[in-house]
Design a protein around this ligand. Structure first.
Ligand code: SF4
Length: 532
């Protein structure tokens, strides 16, 4: 294209853009950007919730209400506890904290006391808020702590397998009440209004617009405001109770069973199984908040000096949440030239720890070692596990004691053998290794402390799994092969058998190869010692 033609083309494009702008035509970037993107950590999506789960609707209602509220987003904090609903704090681009089980309200209380300028919202599930966190819920309501609570009630513990919870209706089936719940449930509106909440509403996720309006009102209401969102858990609660819940068409069930009754007394809104779901705004009263009382006694409240105002993470913020890892260039051989196998013997007992992050199969590895030692080597074994709330990406570890005698206490404190497959696990656990113990690390994922005087053997388990076997998922089995070659805590034959017994059907051959490759690699290191 000649220069003149190019100039002419640019001019036309500019004119078209100007015309579009004047006519209010959105740009491509604007079309691609969802209005909720501003408040969602899109780098953490897709979310983990099941198809048909009501949590997405509850979250959308919250995002819409918050956007409309006009609150300064730099002064809004979101706190959640454990469970499927607990993920909300991680998905919102707000200052947030995903606390331990049942402790969302105490954490939120502390946050509000330390920085009274914040609007603090607790977004959690019925199990977290009403069972293990039940006492915190009623006492925060009694104090009229200036918090907003969104309680997503799906009548069971979803994340852990659909167990019965404190809001499970009588007769409803769950994984722990297969013949139906014998207990009388808590009614959230009745509980919190009796304890002193200033605003209480309930909607199902079918009533999305009304739910959004109530959340909006709760956000702007001083004092302890609570919105209960009845939401479907199609994977568990609805599945277990399909016959009583419109054959599983739960939104139809909500439509046919819910009634709106704003003037209902909170003690009249219990949810009977198969009965009415009374929805509406049940409480909207004024009474002094805890913060009002504090002001009367201490004067104007200010944020703690060392806390200041927090700032929302920027849209560009990166996250360690991602499990995806780049292996990068292969490191030059940091592998020790000589490796002696660790001989623990069978006289005493040996402690073993395996660590990494969720998704690496660390817990499965622990079970394989345990099975090998207990079922195939005929020894005594205990196994404990530790992992974070995240199903993927969080720190996790499994620890075993293997002994020829009775094991009186299962807690592992001084492992003789460890395999650590993430930097976080290395930082957390490497100091526990007994003197003379053996520490295997993933050569590409762990940067050991050069000043630590320990026997460290880097094994490129992830690299072997990915580049030689084509499946990163078997890196844990490669590592088990190396562990077996370099220590005598379990026999090779027992481990080979336990691997085959434990892996999913159809993957036996791949896992067999992975184990063999790890074993062979580590034996090669022993060979180097002999040659040196
Ligand atoms: S288990 Fe239930 S509550 Fe949890 S994400 Fe799945 S459908 Fe939702």
């Amino acid at each position: 294209m000649s220069r003149g033609a190019e100039r002419q083309r640019s001019k036309v494009v500019e004119e078209m853009k100007m015309e579009d702008e004047l006519a209010g035509v959105p740009t491509v970037e604007e079309i691609e950007r969802h209005p909720m993107d501003e408040l969602l950590r899109t780098e953490r999506l897709p979310h983990i919730w099941c198809p048909g789960c009501g949590l997405g609707t509850a979250l959308s209602c919250f995002v819409s209400a918050l956007t409309r509220s006009g609150l300064d987003l730099d002064k809004v904090a979101i706190v959640s506890g454990i469970g499927c609903t607990g993920r909300v704090a991680g998905y919102l681009r707000l200052d947030g904290f995903h606390t331990t089980h049942g402790r969302a309200i105490p954490f939120a209380t502390g946050l509000k006391l330390a920085n009274p300028e914040l609007k603090v919202v607790v977004f959690s599930g019925d199990g977290d808020l009403v069972a293990i966190g039940g006492n915190h819920l009623i006492h925060a309501a009694r104090r009229n702590m200036d918090l907003t609570v969104i309680c997503v009630n799906n009548f069971n513990y979803g994340m852990t397998g659909g167990q019965m919870g404190p809001t499970t209706p009588t007769e409803a089936r769950t994984s722990t009440s297969p013949r139906g719940n014998l207990e009388h449930p808590f009614s959230v509106p009745n509980l919190v209004s009796a304890a002193g909440a200033t605003y209480v509403a309930r909607w199902t996720t079918l009533h999305a617009r009304r739910l959004e309006k109530s959340i909006h009102k709760a956000l702007l209401k001083p004092g302890f405001s609570v919105v209960e969102a009845i939401a479907p858990c199609p994977t568990l609660f609805v599945r277990f109770n399909r016959r009583r819940l419109e054959g599983g068409d739960i939104l139809k069930y909500y439509q046919e069973h819910s009634v709106i009754r704003h003037d209902a007394k909170p003690w009249e809104v219990d949810i009977g199984f198969g009965g009415e779901i009374v929805c509406g705004e049940f409480v909207d009263i004024e009474r002094p908040t805890f913060q009002d009382r504090m002001r009367e006694v201490y004067g104007e409240l200010r944020p703690c000096d060392d806390l200041g105002l927090l700032h929302r993470p920027s849209a560009e913020a990166t996250t360690s949440f991602e499990v995806e890892i780049e292996l990068g260039e292969e490191k030059p051989a940091a592998v020790p030239v000589k490796v002696k196998p660790l001989v623990v013997g069978t006289a005493g007992q040996a402690e073993v720890r395996l660590g990494g992050f969720g998704g690496q199969g660390i817990i499965l590895s622990g079970k394989i070692v345990g099975k090998a030692a207990a079922l195939h080597d005929g020894r005594e074994v205990t196994l404990t596990q530790s992992y974070g709330p995240e199903s993927r990406g969080g720190a996790c570890s499994t620890a075993l004691i293997i002994s020829d005698g009775a094991i009186t206490y299962p807690h592992v404190t001084r492992p003789a053998v460890m395999t650590l497959m993430s930097q976080e696990a290395y930082i957390t656990y490497h100091g526990q290794l007994v003197e003379g113990g053996l520490l295997l690390i993933d050569a590409d994922l762990v940067e050991p402390d050069p000043s630590a005087d320990q026997r460290i053997v880097p094994i490129p388990a992830t690299r072997i799994a990915e580049q030689e076997l084509g499946r990163r998922i078997v890196a844990n089995i490669v590592m088990l092969g190396a562990l077996t070659a370099l220590s005598d805590v379990v026999s090779e034959e027992a481990m080979r058998q336990a691997v085959l017994d434990s892996v999913p059907k159809g993957t036996e051959e791949l896992n067999k190869q992975a184990f063999g490759r790890g074993y062979e690699y580590a034996m090669g290191l022993l060979g180097e010692e002999a040659d040196a």
